[in-house]
Design a protein around this ligand. Structure first.
Ligand code: PFF
Length: 468
């Protein structure tokens, strides 16, 4: 812990906002609202909340305990529990690196869209006179432009991460996260002034949403979708909370944070739905999810609002950038922290700046094929493994969200819950006189409920990605 390149959070608010910043991201904006409507509305929310409580809260507390107790990034932290467990730590370093390879491209898209709406506000031609679908098709096929916006994103995030924990990451989140919630509220209030906006509520909260999305209720599918979404959305199973936990002060309550962060993440996901679907329906759009929702449907929605739409559109993409950047910097921090810690352990310390530079370069290399693939429009998608899964972005997502994240979460529960036993993490959670909120709940969940639920998730996610 005496490594000067590591740093720490300055206080609880900084830590909580930073962890919420990691959790609230593109997953909340383009994933949750659509999935909720298309998979049953309110019943889906209940299923989602069950996964949040029994898996999200539990794995989050576990990861923070592992991080703070060892004071190390994932590989070294798991290695301290037992040399043979380093592999679990490796998943946690590989996973964020791979995710960053597509996440940075998507934030780059948002930077382009924010820029486009800004130009439109001042009377310019931000989208070459094209509508949602046409512009998106043209933009994604313009690999040079996509690469430029990806580089802008990576350099911006690299600068924040290089600034350190309290001087860079925490500073950004202290402004960015309250800013994100304010923007959400402004957009929601505006949305509710639009005629026809209530259809958005009908879509998200009632079973009519399935009719509107053309889907039918399937309990197991809803569980699978909710679980995958929860893991990605809460930033679990990929070492983020181990790494952030390693910078956490001993007097912080781990259990309190483990309840607050997933709750705030879920609130942001619901608010995102209220900021998106009322407007989509008010403008006569149809519900969809993923990239299509974020960059085609919403572009058309804002354009059809007239000149106010340019301002709302600009604010919305700035919101996406805040949400995306606060998540991407957490992903980049994991791999950079690994570099810093492992070089220190080998007696050849590397400065934070150098570690971040190296990781940014590696992430850029991973993002280039995603840009070249044009979301499935290139020969890369025809490669045997990729074509089975979808496009290259889906393939990156499959290996991380579909395999490594649930596997890492299960193994952590088994290693700590069974091998080490409850006293190992309880001691950490009770440090400085803190009480564990839900002590017996954590005991039973870590040992039995969470690994069982996560095994279900692992099997069903893997099968669904492979179309089985
Ligand atoms: N939780 C973020 C989202 O919902 O978009 C994505 C993310 C961030 C995933 C950090 C994983 C991660 F480690």
């Amino acid at each position: 812990m005496d490594n000067k390149n590591r740093g720490s959070f300055s206080g609880s608010i900084g830590f909580i906002l930073t962890a919420i910043g990691s959790a609230v991201g593109l997953g909340n904006l383009w994933g949750f609202p659509y999935k909720m409507g298309a998979n049953g509305g309110f019943p889906f929310l209940i299923i989602y909340l069950i996964f949040v409580v029994f898996c999200g809260v539990v794995v989050m507390a576990l990861e923070m305990s592992i991080g703070r107790k060892t004071g190390k990034s994932p590989v070294l932290a798991m290695g301290e529990i037992g040399r043979q467990y380093r592999i679990v730590g490796w998943f946690s370093v590989l996973c964020p690196t791979i995710i960053s390879g597509f996440y940075s491209v998507l934030i780059g898209y948002s930077v382009r869209y924010a820029w486009g709406f800004l130009l439109e506000i001042f009377g310019g031609n931000g989208f070459d006179g094209m509508g949602g679908g046409d512009f998106f098709g043209t933009y994604t096929a313009d690999v040079t432009q996509v690469l430029i916006f990806t580089i802008i994103t990576l350099v911006g995030c690299g600068i924040i991460v290089a600034g350190g924990i309290s001087g860079g990451i925490e500073k950004f989140n202290k402004v960015g996260i309250p800013g994100l919630f304010v923007l959400l509220i402004v957009i929601i209030i505006y949305n509710f002034t639009l005629p026809g906006a209530s259809q958005g509520l009908t879509y998200m909260f009632t079973s009519k949403g399935m009719e509107m999305a053309g889907t039918e209720f399937d309990f197991f599918n809803a569980c699978r979708v909710a679980a995958g979404q929860m893991l990605f959305s809460c930033s679990l199973g990929m070492g983020i909370m181990i790494t952030y936990g390693s910078y956490m002060k001993p007097e912080e309550s781990i259990s309190r944070n483990a309840w607050i962060i997933p709750a705030a993440d879920t609130l942001a996901a619901i608010m995102a739905g209220l900021a998106i679907f009322p407007a989509v329906f008010a403008q006569g759009g149809t519900p969809n999810g993923g990239v299509g929702l974020l960059f085609i449907t919403l572009h058309d929605t804002f354009t059809s609002m007239g000149s106010i739409g340019n301002i709302i559109g600009f604010l919305f993409y700035v919101l996406v950038i805040f949400a995306g950047v606060s998540s991407l910097i957490s992903l980049m921090e994991v791999s950079s922290a690994h570099f810093i810690d492992s070089s220190e352990a080998k007696g050849k310390p590397v400065s934070r700046k150098k570690a971040v530079l190296a990781m940014t370069a590696i992430i850029f290399v991973l993002s280039v094929p995603v840009c070249l693939d044009m979301l499935g429009g290139s020969a890369i998608t025809q490669l045997p493994l990729v074509s089975k899964i979808g496009c290259l972005l889906d393939t990156y997502d499959f290996f991380t969200e579909g395999l490594m994240m649930p596997l890492a979460a299960i193994l952590m529960c088994l290693i700590v819950g069974w091998k080490k036993g409850p006293s190992w993490y309880e001691e950490e959670m009770e440090k400085c006189g803190n009480k564990i909120i839900g002590k017996s709940f954590f005991r039973v969940s870590i040992k039995y409920i969470t690994p069982a639920m996560m095994t279900f998730v692992l099997i069903s996610l893997a099968l669904s990605y492979l179309g089985i």
